[in-house]
Design a protein around this ligand. Structure first.
Ligand code: NAP
Length: 356
């Protein structure tokens, strides 16, 4: 149990990211001095949204050039910090070489950041952004859980380099973090395991997160004929930022935390968009039959393999968020608020356009 001094700088890795954007906003609003570790501190355009956040807040942001794959590149950024938020990790399904593009930055990057924490005497706590993907691989895995629910006790054992490589990368990275944490006593590790994150971005134009690619499909016609019948855990990015903040500053916080607002289905996202956008955008109205996905899925998107279809379509997703409510005080907002705010932002920024 460690008390973090809010007057000391706080490191955020991957500060340019979708998830990190709201966390940095919360930190500077609370008056923190944020050390933002980014790959390219010279990219003024990409960092403008962070400058704008700092300008409007009590806190400040200082940039440091760091890369997950460059050993020692977090040393300067970590100097003097008691608290480290390690959010950086690629979140994409579209890769050619999963080892190089996902597993190495996730696992070796986590090792790089945490070995730096071992060297840096000021660090007392590391908050790692893991994922529910480190808890489960496919929805069918729910059937192997003790009470038909994913909990913090469970680890993903079904993903591999060949099947759901992103989930595999997050599992290896979190395991690596716990291994490194166990071997020392100077800092504690608090892990955040979000389900699929939705909601508006602080910086809607610059995000690479897979979350945006998924939600864009509700408005660009790709899902016009229907959505797969598939369960999802969903959380709002603003609630997730709060969870991170609490994980950093609540002294008693410990272990893993499932951060999940809703156990729901794909079609429920579409239903929540129908009232406001159904007449102007090609929002899906129904679920597609499994046989159609079986035939078309692999042709439309190479990530939708037959193995993925067999192990996910038709199965629910159920996660236990009670620890996050009890120990971090997260109060999850309604699903329709998250999806509608995000969709409106995509329209406002002309990322999706109305039916012609
Ligand atoms: P994102 O917007 O793509 O952010 C990823 C961040 O990681 C970016 O800041 C990126 O920096 C940084 N990064 C990637 N490769 C790097 C490297 N080699 N060196 C240094 N930085 C690197 O994705 P996100 O959705 O916010 O994801 C943030 C975290 O949340 C990840 O750990 C992800 O696994 C986790 N997560 C996300 C979701 C979700 O649904 N979005 C769910 C569960 C967990 P650049 O700007 O330089 O590319």
């Amino acid at each position: 149990m460690r008390k973090i001094d809010k007057t000391k700088p706080v490191l955020v890795t991957g500060a340019t990211g979708y998830v990190a954007g709201w966390l940095v906003k919360k930190l500077v609003e609370e008056g923190c001095r944020v050390h933002a570790a980014v790959r390219d501190p010279e990219n003024k355009e990409k960092l403008k949204f962070l400058d704008d956040l700092a300008a409007k807040s009590k806190g400040s942001i200082t940039y440091f050039k760091s890369d997950l794959l460059h050993k020692g590149s977090y040393a300067e950024a970590m100097k003097g910090c008691e608290l480290v938020f390690h959010t950086a990790s690629p979140f994409t399904m579209d890769v050619k070489d999963a080892q190089k593009e996902l597993v190495d930055p996730a696992k070796l990057g986590t090792r790089n950041v945490l070995e730096e924490a071992n060297r840096c005497e000021s660090v007392k706590r590391v908050v790692l952004t893991s994922s529910c993907a480190a808890i489960y691989g496919d929805n069918i895995d729910l059937q192997q859980t003790p009470n038909g629910i994913f909990t913090e006790e469970i680890w993903n054992s079904s993903s591999s380099l060949e099947h759901l490589a992103y989930s595999y990368s997050k599992t290896l990275a979190e395991k690596e973090a716990w291994e490194i944490n166990k071997k020392q006593n100077n800092w504690d590790l608090v892990v955040i395991n979000p389900s699929l994150v939705i909601g508006p971005a602080v910086n809607p134009m610059g995000v690479s997160s897979e979350s945006f690619k998924l939600i864009k499909q509700f408005g660009n016609g790709i899902l016009r004929t229907g959505v797969p019948k598939m369960g999802w855990g969903i959380v709002d990015v603003r609630d997730l930022a709060f969870a991170h903040f609490q994980a950093g500053f609540v002294s008693a916080a410990q272990g893993r935390h499932i951060i999940n607002g809703h156990n729901t289905w794909y079609i429920e996202l579409a239903k929540a968009l129908q009232p406001k956008y159904g007449s102007t955008y090609p929002i899906p109205k129904k679920e597609m039959p499994k046989w159609m996905i079986w035939l078309m899925g692999p042709i439309i998107n190479k990530a939708i393999t037959r193995k993925f279809i067999a192990r996910n379509i038709g199965y629910p997703w159920v996660g236990d968020n009670s620890k996050s409510i009890r120990e971090l005080g997260v109060n999850y907002r309604p699903l329709s608020e998250s999806i509608n705010d995000m969709f409106q932002q995509l329209i406002d920024n002309k990322i999706i356009q109305a039916k012609s």
